[in-house]
Ligand binder design. Structure first.
Ligand code: ZN
Length: 295
């Protein structure tokens, strides 16, 4: 490069062009760099969040990968796994929880009058008197279905852990077996399979009971006999919901103070029969109606 170049017009021309190019390309380069960094950071955050939700989802799974200890409890407490039959359409299943009580025999009388069958989810601890024994015998002799609705029905106690639920269930199961000779395979969770008391354990609890072969039923119609004040309100509530369903599992309460349930029954049965709907009993061979849930 000759000495004439430095300080020449050509030199200043080149200097000007180089500066001009730098002024425009440098900010673009810097901007591209920061965009790349922020993109990588947000991807990392997404990854962390995904991992976090997976950790929460499987938080209760055994860390070692071994089966939970409660699976070893009650080695006799298993029901044979039955082949599930096709879903019956145009059928209503009347279900009565919390008995036996002084009301049960009146309910049985109504069912007998209309020649229909129903399902009773009973509480083990109530089976202490000769009159309750007589009622349970009637339920079986008259062709109704019998299910377990825990022994104590004490929400806080039974839903404290899967172990606690199993202890309670085993007690009720044994009590019913001793009294009736029946090995009962169907049950209903107090408050339904998902409720405000079992939020921490319901996936494990449902899995454990299902693993043992027991079949639980929730409901797709709540009669509202706990909240409604009159038999006609119960009737309207049930029929409004039943119109949208081909298979209705209807929750009633068989409690001493539920005379509105009893009063609502005849008209309800007649209305279903007028629509050509048949009545059935719940068994472990049928596809259960259950609440949807996610792990
Ligand atoms: Zn109940």
């Amino acid at each position: 490069m000759n000495e004439k170049y430095w300080g020449s017009v050509i030199f200043f021309k080149h200097l000007f062009i180089s500066g001009f190019v730098l002024i425009f390309t440098l900010p673009i380069g810097v901007a591209l760099y920061f965009w790349h960094v922020s993109e990588a950071t947000s991807k990392e955050l997404d990854h962390l969040q995904n991992n976090k939700s997976q950790t929460v989802r499987h938080a209760a799974a055994p860390v070692s990968g071994e089966s939970p200890e409660y699976q070893k409890k009650y080695p006799e407490l298993y029901a044979p796994v039955k082949k599930k039959q096709a879903i019956a359409e145009n059928t209503a299943y009347l279900t009565f929880d919390d008995g036996p009580t002084v009301l049960t025999e009146y309910v049985l009388d109504v069912l007998k009058k209309y020649h229909i069958k129903a399902t009773f989810f009973i509480i083990g601890e109530k089976l202490k008197t000769p009159s309750t024994h007589r009622v349970v015998k009637r339920i079986i002799d008259e062709g109704h279905s019998l299910g377990i609705h825990t022994d104590s029905h004490a929400y806080r106690k039974i839903y404290a852990s899967v172990d606690d639920y199993l202890d309670d269930f085993a007690k009720a199961h044994e009590r019913i077996r001793e009294l009736t000779g029946q090995d009962t395979h169907i049950f209903r969770f107090p408050g339904g399979s998902i409720n405000t008391y079992n939020g921490d354990i319901y996936p494990q609890l449902i899995a454990e009971m299902t693993r043992r072969g027991y079949v639980y039923f929730d409901w797709n119609i709540s009669s509202g006999d706990c909240d409604n004040k009159t038999a006609s309100a119960v009737y309207n509530n049930v029929m409004k919901q039943a119109d949208k369903l081909t298979r209705s599992v209807i929750l009633f309460h068989d409690s001493a103070d539920k005379s509105i349930t009893l009063s609502a029954l005849p008209k309800l049965i007649e209305s279903f029969q007028a629509k050509g709907v048949q009545f059935g009993t719940l068994t472990s061979e049928m596809y259960p109606v259950t609440f949807g849930y996610r792990y």
